[in-house]
Design a protein around this ligand. Structure first.
Ligand SMILES: Cc1cc2nc3c(=O)[nH]c(=O)nc-3n(C[C@H](O)[C@H](O)[C@H](O)COP(=O)(O)O)c2cc1C
Length: 509
């Protein structure tokens, strides 16, 4: 790292919003906005390609009476690399390359949480028959969604029944009645491991809590594949440089941030007879995904919330021109995770790793200083063989260390002239596990209920100079001919004459 990090504990969502406001990264919308389609449309259009502000909707149709339980929705907090840098305690203009570097170490740091007795999230406690999810202005985010999605950027907390270690992940959840939230979760995710463990212990239900609205590290860590057995609260502590203060839930033996805006407690039904219809939803891929099927549902036993709570949500689905929070965060954390996987697998010479945000980490770019043939294949195999590769890294492109992987043109140029499909530079790894919502996979093979996972045919584009070629004496022993970019002495000589040649101010026609 070339920049110094000063960890910031924002305290809660409100502290984060105040910091965003002070940095000019935040806008409030006071005009009335409909929760039905309009709010989601505005958020998607406003976020731009990582350039838009975070938004607070203060006046939501049907939820703007003085006695409305919840009247505000906040989104887009991490929809730019500038704000990810702020969360990490770095200057907003820190280059994403540095954010990836920091992401690599922060995932391995821990500051364990601290249990406290009470907190603002207990200001209002609604239990039993009084539970009514309709009291929250849950957006119908997109016209093609199957319902109103309350869980879009919340920390879903579960516990390993044997070790007691909690996991915090993001798993989408749709309102399906006053007290029911079916969610989308896959067996290969950590929540899926917990489901298996609770089932094997003979339980028909698994305790679950959903923390909505806290510091940015909540969504950031919950959406990141933190290593199995490591609690995301520990990594959040490392990001903010101070322990996360947790309070115990009212009706389940789980812990949530004491200053969260809203907490939903309950039990996830593990018996397929209790499953409820969920989906589809505008997904990470930019397509509608996750078919309408019966899914495990949270039976809500209690809701606690702060006074005048803020509902934290996000618009999912990255597309050219509009990058989701997931896409922005994935570009950093999925790259950082892949780099750590490569390191642990012992692949030498890695000099940079990047996931452009437009596709949220499906296409992984690796830059390496290769010293032996087959090194790019070693890298791809390591990434694909890791559990982190389950829902990411479908396509891996490897380039030499003279190619800037943050420059699309440079990567495209390397693919144009360093790839020879007849020389094993294109490799397909067929029928691997993969994301169950990728529309390029046949519908039958996206059925994660039937197969436990999706089905990806993975691709390596080895755009490095082929070290299997013979060194060529005509090229001074190199495999490839020299490039035409002038030598430094020739550049210096030409630039010394720039003024004389009248090239300082290019003529415009
Ligand atoms: C906005 C957003 C929505 C997500 N939705 C889902 C989802 O519905 N189901 C799922 O299994 N993973 C979803 N993910 C991905 C997981 O959160 C991610 O893989 C994370 O690593 C899961 O936590 P775990 O590693 O502890 O299992 C989503 C991520 C984000 C950022």
């Amino acid at each position: 790292m070339t920049v110094e990090r000063k960890p910031v504990a924002f305290g809660d969502l409100r502290g984060w919003i105040a910091a965003l406001n002070a940095a000019g990264e935040f806008r409030e919308i006071d005009a009335e906005v409909d929760w039905n389609i309009e709010l989601g449309t505005i958020l998607r259009l406003a976020q731009g390609p990582g350039t838009g502000p975070a938004l607070m909707f203060n006046n939501i149709k049907d939820y703007n009476r003085p006695d409305s339980r919840c009247r505000r929705v906040f989104g887009g907090g991490l929809a730019s690399h500038r704000r990810v840098a702020m969360m990490l305690g770095l200057p907003p203009d820190t280059h994403p390359r540095e954010l990836v570097q920091l992401g690599r170490t922060i995932l391995n740091e821990r500051i364990p949480p601290k249990i406290v007795k009470d907190g603002p999230v207990k200001q209002n406690v609604i239990a039993g028959k009084d539970v009514d999810l309709d009291a929250f202005p849950t957006p119908y985010w997109n016209r093609l969604d199957g319902g109103r999605y309350l869980i879009t950027y919340a920390g879903v907390v579960t516990k390993d029944p044997e070790t007691g270690v909690m996991n915090v992940g993001i798993y989408r959840g749709m309102v399906a009645g006053r007290d029911q939230i079916p969610i989308l979760m896959w067996r290969a995710q950590h929540i899926g491991h917990h489901v298996t463990a609770w089932q094997q212990g003979g339980s028909a239900e698994m305790p679950i809590a959903v923390a909505i609205g806290w510091e940015p590290s909540l969504g950031f860590c919950a959406g990141t594949p933190v290593a199995k057995g490591v609690c995301e609260y520990d990594v959040m502590g490392a990001i903010r440089g101070a322990p996360v203060e947790l309070v115990k839930c009212e009706t389940v033996d789980l812990y949530v941030p004491a200053t969260a805006e809203i907490v939903i407690e309950g039990y996830l039904g593990l018996d397929p007879a209790t499953y409820m219809m969920e989906g589809p939803f505008a997904e990470v891929t930019g397509y509608v995904g996750g078919e309408r099927l019966p899914k495990p549902s949270i039976r809500v036993t209690c809701i606690t919330h702060r006074n005048d709570p803020i509902l934290r949500g996000t618009i999912e689905g990255a597309l050219p021109g509009s990058y989701s929070e997931n896409a922005i965060c994935s570009s950093i954390m999925r790259a950082a995770t892949a780099w750590n996987v490569l390191d642990r697998a012992g692949v030498p010479g890695i000099t940079d790793v990047w996931c452009p945000p437009v596709h949220a980490g499906m296409n992984l770019l690796v830059q390496m200083k290769q010293t032996y043939r087959g090194q790019a294949k070693q890298a791809a195999n390591a990434v694909w063989g890791s559990s982190a590769g389950h829902v990411r890294y479908k396509h891996v492109t490897v380039v030499d260390d003279d190619i800037d992987i943050h420059d699309y043109a440079a990567v495209d140029w390397a693919i144009a002239y360093r790839v020879n499909a007849g020389e094993d530079d294109i490799v397909i790894m067929p029928s691997t596990f993969g994301m169950g919502i990728d529309p390029s996979t046949r519908k039958r093979d996206r059925n994660a209920v039937l197969f436990g996972t999706g089905k990806w045919n993975r691709l390596l584009i080895d755009a490095t100079m082929n070290l299997d070629y013979d060194p060529d004496p005509d090229y001074g022993g190199a495999r490839f001919p020299p490039m035409v970019w002038p030598e430094k002495a020739d550049i210096d000589a030409a630039q010394a004459r720039w003024h004389e040649l009248g090239l300082d101010h290019p003529k415009r026609s």
